[in-house]
Design a protein around this ligand. Structure first.
Ligand SMILES: [Zn+2]
Length: 597
């Protein structure tokens, strides 16, 4: 957690090397779509990259730029009224982002899209003026054509920016270097009538011939060397531009859900450093394009590092952007704001006089309801819930069975909804005091289940897409209360799997069986499908039907207790096999695939 010595060294290196780059980012770059992660997109990518670029000092405080929304007049220079009209409908945006229409708050989604597009426009103007490279942490929507949107691309920010600078009177040559793993079909259609442009691209998917594009198609699994062998001649063929757009796609990374080129993070950095050096002195706008793997934020942050420092130094493996960010916020939260101030309130008086039934005042003997609400605000949870359409938040505490319950309620559509519910207890596990999480539910009652958003066992409504944030907050609560860890009992495989990097089963042999199960999972199987396969008896352990064991898992916040090799021993002993399921019973890709450790 926090910043390790390697991150500190990184800072020094960055300070030593860096050159000026203007970087556009906004907290609203996070798309307010609670089901987005089911599509392989991490809506936190821009935030993670921004946090690392700040933290590492690769980008100085004065170089950050706040975007303004592109106007509809800007968009209308490129796009047809029919396309722009359609973007005011939830079903159109749902189709573009691969989510359910009930999950789409239209105005907020369009705010994100217009902010990103506005930044690409502003970045183009700024780089033409200053000759410094511009990096926009969201954009490169290269599949949108004049009259049609594409996957994750409602409008074409590059074409909108080109049209804007042309309208300003810029008459020079524009080059678009598309290094996303997919072809620039939309860019080619939008720029077809631009008087002076060149489009070059390296792709790992064959979408047929594209007019006006210098396209290099590489086979699946190309890797770093083959990619660089194709990049160098492409750069040599690129005419010297007066304004360049670089789509520094993160979906070229190995393990990407949609891209197939299988580059390493080192390879992606090498690519970016090479392109940045080639474009030295040329006004250029850099954009992220696609990226559908957990490392795609590192590819994007790496583009910023390539531009500012030209460095090949990797981002430290142990750096977790969310943990570092949240730990920093927690350090800035004073105890007296989170806990009871000791002042007598009207409610205290009413209770003392017997006019009002006594309420539980503090959660776990520490957090006041207003303190908890303040913390949720500071961690950005309430603003995200606001973008999902909820407001007028209220927190309640009471007792529930063995634990203490906290509920966060919020209003939408004229009534109050339960959004977050958790039941917590201070308890001992493996001889240490821990925060025991009996129950945690993150609910988005405005959204509906669908093929794109399958119902998982234990869910009554879709989730909020805030599970990682909730996990970090629970760990920070435990730390503040002086506890040694966080414990929960995953009732299913799909509730154990996402926490596997932090949590281990308390019982080492149970951990060994879990690791063996993860090792033996069939390639590409969805997380929810594994739960279903186990529930339906199609998973065998050493030849015998296997039933899920809902045992305690713990995230140790201090040194974990010693473990003399029992985990590895049990893992070696256990072999899981999956019986074939009924063909056609499941649509592939409806839930996120299990990722290899
Ligand atoms: Zn792509």
């Amino acid at each position: 957690m926090g910043v390790g010595p390697r991150a500190l060294l990184y800072r020094l290196g960055c300070l030593w090397h860096r050159r000026e780059v203007d970087v556009w980012h906004d907290a609203a770059y996070r798309l307010p779509l609670s089901g987005l992660e089911f599509t392989g997109v991490d809506p936190r990518r821009a935030d993670f990259a921004a946090w690392w670029l700040r933290e590492s000092k690769a980008i100085a405080p004065a170089w950050w730029r706040k975007p303004r929304r592109a106007s509809y007049a800007d968009l209308a220079r490129v796009h047809t009224p029919e396309l722009l009209d359609s973007l005011s409908r939830p079903d159109t945006l749902a189709g573009i982002f691969g989510v359910d229409p009930t999950d789409v708050p239209v105005d907020e989604v369009m705010r994100t899209v217009r902010l990103a597009t506005g930044a690409t426009v502003e970045g183009a103007r700024e780089t033409l003026r200053t000759k410094r490279p511009a990096l926009n942490l969201l954009g490169g929507f290269h599949h949108a054509g004049p009259g049609s949107a594409g996957g994750n691309c409602p409008v074409n920010d590059i074409a909108v920016a080109v049209a804007a600078v042309r309208a300003d009177g810029f008459a020079g040559k524009v080059a678009v270097l598309d290094l996303d793993a997919h072809p620039p079909d939309g860019v080619a259609r939008c720029l077809a009538f631009d008087p002076d442009h060149w489009i070059g691209s390296i792709s790992g998917s064959d979408w047929g011939a594209l007019d006006g594009v210098d396209e290099t198609l590489l086979p699946a699994g190309t890797g770093d060397i083959g990619y660089m062998d194709a990049l160098k001649p492409l750069l040599a063929r690129m005419p010297k531009p007066d304004l360049a757009f670089v789509i520094a796609g993160g979906d070229v990374l190995a393990g990407d859900k949609l891209g197939r080129l299988a580059l390493t993070l080192t390879g992606v950095r090498w690519r970016n450093v090479t392109v940045a050096a080639h474009l030295e002195g040329v006004p250029a706008v850099w954009l992220p394009g696609g990226g559908y793997s957990p490392s795609s934020w590192k590819a994007l942050a790496g583009a910023g590092i390539a531009l500012s420092t030209g460095w090949m130094q990797p981002i430290p493996d142990d750096y977790d952007p969310l943990a570092a960010r949240f730990a920093g916020i927690a350090r800035g939260l004073p105890t007296d704001v989170l806990s009871d101030t000791g002042e007598l309130t009207e409610t205290d008086l009413a209770e003392a006089l017997g006019i009002r039934r006594p309420q539980q005042r503090l959660l776990l003997g520490f957090y006041s309801a207003s303190g908890m609400e303040y913390a949720l605000q500071r961690f950005g949870v309430l603003s995200q819930l606001g973008r999902l359409g909820y407001g007028h938040f209220r927190i309640e505490f009471d007792r529930a069975g063995l634990g203490e319950r906290m509920r966060l309620l919020g209003e939408a559509d004229g009534r109050e909804h339960l959004l977050i519910e958790t039941i917590l207890e201070r308890r001992r596990a493996a001889g240490h005091p821990v925060l025991y999480v009996h129950w945690l539910s993150l609910r988005n009652p405005r959204a509906k289940f669908s093929d794109r958003r399958p119902q998982l066992p234990g869910q009554d409504v879709p989730g909020l897409g805030l599970a990682r944030e909730a996990g970090e907050m629970l760990a920070l609560m435990a730390l503040r209360l002086g506890l040694a860890g966080v414990v929960y009992r995953p009732a299913h495989f799909h509730t154990a799997y996402p926490g596997r990097h932090h949590f281990t089963f308390v019982d080492p042999s149970r951990q060994g069986r879990f690791e063996a199960l993860v090792r033996d999972l069939p390639e590409g199987m969805g997380i929810a499908d594994v739960t279903q396969e186990i529930d339906e008896g199609r998973v065998l352990l050493n030849g015998e039907p296997y039933a899920w064991e809902p045992d305690e898992m713990v995230f140790w916040l201090r040194e974990p207790p010693e473990e003399p090799g029992e985990v590895a021993h049990e893992c070696e002993r256990c072999h899981f096999t999956f019986l074939p399921s009924t063909p056609g019973a499941k649509e592939p890709g409806a839930n996120p695939p299990v990722l290899r450790p």
